[in-house]
Each structure stands twice: as C-alpha cells, then as structure tokens.
Ligand binder design. Structure first.
Ligand SMILES: NC(=O)c1ccc[n+]([C@@H]2O[C@H](COP(=O)([O-])OP(=O)(O)OC[C@H]3O[C@@H](n4cnc5c(N)ncnc54)[C@H](O)[C@@H]3O)[C@@H](O)[C@H]2O)c1
Length: 266
C-alpha cells in the first residue's frame, strides 16, 4: 500500500527524542502520509505536532487501558481523516509497557498479580482493543490496486516473545500473545484485503531501554552478533514502512534483532 495520501493510526507515538512509535510517525509523514497519534501525554505530543508541522499529525489523548478512551480517539481520527480526505490506511499498535519482576522474589514471595495484569492489559488488551475498534472502518475504505488492498495492521512484539529473560514472565507472556495471534488475525482479515504484520525487535534505543543500567547494557552488547549496538528507532520505522508498502508481507512475525538471542544470565 502506498503511504502517500493515507492516514495511519499509531498508538505509543508521542514525543520522545527516541521511541519506536515516534520514529514511525516521522517516517510516515516524510513519505506523504498522515498520522493520528494516540498516546497519554498531551503536552509532549503537541511538541511533536508542532515539530512535524504541515497539519500531517493530530494528537488524540488516549489511555489504551480504557475502551471509551480508545473509542473517542478512533472517532476523532476518523473525523480528521474525513476532513483531510486521507482515508485510514492502517493501524500501528506500538504502545507498550514492561514491569520486570521475577515470579518469586528472593524471599520466596510470588509476584504481584496486579503488575502482571497491568502489563497484559496494556500490551495485549490495549493492542487488540485499538485494532478491534479501527477495523470496522478499515474494512469499508475504498480498496486500492489490482489486489483490492484496504489496509494493514502492524503490531509490536519483542525478542522476549521467544527468548524472555529472568523477570520477564509478564512481558514475555504479553508479547508471546501478540506473536501468536498474528496468524489468526491475518486469516480473519484476509477477506477484507487487510494484512497483518508483527515486528519483534530486540534491544532498541528508546525511553524503555534508557532505564537500563550500564551493566545490563554492556552485557547485552556482549551477546550481540552484528551489529554490536542496539537498534535505532529509524531502523524500526524502516521495517514498518516496508510492512506497509510490501503487499506480500502478511501473517508474519518478523524478528528485527541483528541475529541477537537474549541470554538467560547477564
Ligand atoms: N525499545 C526496545 O528495545 C523494544 C524492544 C522490543 C519491543 N519493544 C516494544 O516497542 C513498543 C514501543 O516501545 P518503546 O521502546 O518505543 O518505548 P517507549 O516507552 O518510548 O514508548 C511506549 C509508548 O507507549 C505509551 N503508552 C504506555 N502505556 C500507554 C497507555 N496505557 N495508553 C496509551 N499509551 C501508552 C507511552 O506513553 C509511550 O509513548 C512497545 O510495545 C515495546 O514493548 C521495544
């Protein structure tokens, strides 16, 4: 699908110097697309809107934990796409959280189930709810090209879906769920000309990874294959763009990890 002249809904795309969602916002706008950014912080996002300019980005304050909040944002994005005349081309669900905790701690106490629910609710329920609410509209847009394509769903899993590390039971469960539901969602949506692509990044520079200690960072670099550095957000955005543009990418979980496999001990 051509990005130019289409609107993409991106969750987790607000202003950060880094941030995977944000890199996609910039990349899609550069390619002539429009982006409805769904995220939590109004102030940060308005800076992004100003920075990109040209009326190509619109922010909708959203908490993906709340269905009504998503509904309001999706309605807003649709109204905006009507105004601009740029039909919805896809949804990129990049909002995500991680709350590391071992399943039992040093004292033998089990981890808090509320923390587990929080990660599952943002990463799985929030992802599905956003996609679920965009789909009725995506299924009705004008099909394009000889194949009658209508749109794309891009989800973000993680290396942790396959090689989760100590303390990642909740995060791995959530990202494994995203990887597993990619194929059935693809099969559900094929008849509408809507594709599904999931990207599973390893270590990428972002706010999430900035919180890692130097020790953790250094030990992760030691287990990298090539290149010996974390991925950069623009490299993630590059694969998202390919996902949108290459119609043969469908029903797939693409590892984006430079061959790296996360070790158990660091
Ligand atoms: N950075 C990495 O190394 C890495 C690796 C694998 C997977 N990922 C995944 O990539 C995605 C993007 O992460 P990132 O690294 O850019 O982190 P980030 O923290 O910079 O971005 C996450 C975004 O999600 C938003 N968000 C969190 N909870 C939300 C909620 N309830 N409602 C709405 N928005 C919410 C945040 O405000 C933030 O803008 C996540 O799904 C993450 O799990 C990141």
């Amino acid at each position: 699908m051509k990005i130019e002249g289409r609107t993409f809904v991106i969750s987790g795309g607000q202003l950060r110097a880094s941030g995977l969602g944000r890199a996609c916002v910039e990349d899609i706008c550069r390619a002539g697309g429009y982006v409805a950014v769904l995220d939590m912080n109004e102030e940060l996002a308005q800076e992004l809107v100003k920075e990109i300019g040209g009326g190509k980005v619109k922010f909708f304050q959203t908490n993906v934990l709340e269905t009504e909040s998503i509904t309001a944002a999706v309605q807003g994005a649709l109204a905006w796409s009507k105004e601009t005349g740029k039909e919805i081309g896809g949804v990129i669900a990049a909002a995500g959280v991680s709350t590391p905790a071992k399943i039992i701690d040093r004292n033998g106490n089990p981890f808090n189930l509320d923390d587990f629910d929080f990660v599952m609710n943002v990463n799985v329920r929030g992802t599905i709810d956003l996609i679920r609410q965009c789909l009725p509209h995506m299924a009705k847009v004008t099909p394009v090209g000889p194949d009658g394509e209508r749109g794309i769903v891009i989800m973000v899993a993680s290396s942790a879906a396959f090689d989760g590390q100590p303390g990642q039971v909740a995060y791995s469960a959530s990202k494994g769920a995203i990887a597993s539901l990619t194929l059935p969602m693809t099969r559900d949506l094929a008849r509408y000309g809507i594709r599904v692509v999931t990207i599973a990044p390893s270590l990428f520079d972002s706010r999430m990874t900035a919180m890692m200690s130097d020790k953790v960072r250094a030990s992760l670099t030691r287990v990298m294959e090539f290149p010996l550095r974390p991925g950069q957000p623009h490299e993630f955005a590059q694969l998202v763009r390919q996902g949108i543009e290459n119609i043969m990418l469908n029903g797939v979980v693409l590892r984006l990890d430079g061959g790296m496999r996360m070790p158990s001990k660091m």
